[in-house]
Design a protein around this ligand. Structure first.
Ligand code: 5GP
Ligand code: ZN
Length: 114
C-alpha cells in the first residue's frame, strides 16, 4: 500500500476515468478539469517530479508525450489544437508529487501562462 494518490489510481486501488493504459503509462480524466478536455498522463512507476527522471527514462518521457498526442488525435482534437503541461514543484503549481503530463484541449489558451 502506498500513500501516493496517482500510484493508487495506476494500481486500480482508487477509481478514475481511465482513457488509456498499458504497461508503462496510465491516462485518466482530471477530477477538476480546467478545459473541456483535461487528461493526465502518468508513468505507472512512481517518479515524484521531472527533476527525478534519469537519462534512462528518455523513452518513458517520450511515451508520455506520444500517448497524450495520440489521445488528442483519437478525440479529434489534433487540428483544433491542444496544450501539454508538466508542472514541476510548488512554484510551478505541482500539487501531486507523481509526475503527470496535463493534456488540455477544447478551448483557447493564453500565452504566456499565468
Ligand atoms: P498539478 O497541480 O500537480 O500539476 O496537477 C494535479 C492535478 O491532479 C490537478 O489538476 C487535480 O485536479 C488533479 N487531481 C487531484 N486529485 C485527483 C484525483 O483524485 N483524481 C483525478 N482524476 N485527478 C486528481
Ligand atoms: Zn506515485
Amino acid at each position: 500500500m502506498t500513500d501516493c494518490l496517482f500510484c493508487r489510481i495506476a494500481a486500480g486501488e482508487l477509481p478514475a476515468d481511465i482513457v488509456y493504459q498499458d504497461d508503462d503509462v496510465v491516462a485518466f480524466r482530471d477530477l477538476h478539469p480546467q478545459a473541456p478536455h483535461h487528461i493526465l498522463v502518468i508513468p505507472r512507476r512512481h517518479v515524484a517530479t521531472v527533476n527525478d527522471f534519469a537519462a534512462e527514462d528518455a523513452e518513458l518521457i517520450g511515451k508520455l508525450v506520444l500517448t497524450a498526442r495520440d489521445i488528442a488525435g483519437q478525440l479529434g482534437l489534433a487540428e483544433d489544437g491542444y496544450r501539454m503541461n508538466l508542472n514541476t514543484n510548488e512554484k510551478a503549481g505541482q500539487t501531486v508529487f507523481h509526475v503527470h503530463l496535463h493534456l488540455l484541449a477544447g478551448r483557447e489558451f493564453g500565452w504566456p501562462p499565468g
